[in-house]
Design a protein around this ligand. Sequence first.
Ligand code: PLP
Length: 399
Amino acid sequence: MSNKPANNIQDLQYFGEFGGVNPSISDSATYTFLHAKTMLDTFEGHAEGCYLYSRHTSPSNLYLSEALAAMEFTETANVAASGMGAITSVFLQVCGAGDHIVSSRTIYGGSYAFLKNFAPKLNITTSFVDITSLESVEKSIKPSTKMIYCEAISNPLLEIANIAELSKIAKKHNILLVVDNTFSPLLISPQKLGADITIHSLTKFINGTNDTVGGVVCGSQAFIDSLRNVNDGAAMLLGPVMDSLRAASVLKNLRTLHIRMKKHSENALYLAESFEDDGLKVVYPGLESHPGHKLFKALYNKEYGFGGIMTIDVGSLAKANELMELMQNENLGYLAVSLGFYKTLFSASGSSTSSEIPAEEQLEMGLSDGIIRFSIGLDNDIERTYRAMRKCMVQVKVL
Ligand code: PLP
């Protein structure tokens, strides 16, 4: 396997059943067996190459899983119907009643809400910590702790997790390090830095076309087998399965991810530097002013840049809303949640994708309500975009 995650995707060779250059799509929920004994073996997980039922897995889902595992340098992977389907199956596979999770406090609002409001119903508790403070991470670990959970680049504050050091802490305490790499596919390879499990919402950069939700868990063969186990596997029993037709279409989009990530990063760096020079409060891992800039440079796969997400704090929610509406009217992007699209997307995180986090906690973690999260698009002429965005900012008196 090469050192470059995009090469690993490119090097996979699949032929369709009829010699097609894309794998044939498996359009079946169930599969026949020539011999009854093979069916029994498959139930018990011993029949390599046989398929049982598409909630367990399907050929199309395995093709996509294999490509994502190659990208993340893991033994294997399991795709899911959404990022949340992937994340919650991992939590529930690893933890049972009485167990504890140490989580970054700046994570996607849905993941936060699950840990804060839903998991306690199953007597699974979470300590939310500042993930950039290795000391507070270690201090929060208890005998019942089963995992450290974080995002490689956090949503929406863009804090950088020191995966290499977090992994040392996890290993010392014999617990798992689970990383959501949704913001930084190809840029960061968590497994190479010591993570045990890498998760993505495929909905974002990886699929890149905003036509579906999807997720994946990348990890060891043993862990993925446990997720799919017919007796006690969270993926198998909760059933957040991706449809085969979707898996085939996500795989086709995955193949251009490296080109898209480079362009997202190039455009975001240009805008971040330009708006910072203009005096705006910009947060972007590619800026020297970012507290995690040096760390990011020590961890990242340089050729893909610093990613497509940046934030600008325009001071108040009212200003943020005014600016976003104007930018949408000027066709500079869409006022929409999510990320990783060809068009720029913007939303005020505090009142949208992080609204599950109570106001006082948002304040404590530095999430002010004037923060706009931008997912910078694939604009062909980013200097033109900058000039037009700047005009909007002057018009609403942010500049
Ligand atoms: N992880 C991160 C970092 C996200 O931003 C999101 C969605 O916004 C998710 C996970 C959840 O993914 P999905 O919406 O595909 O369930």
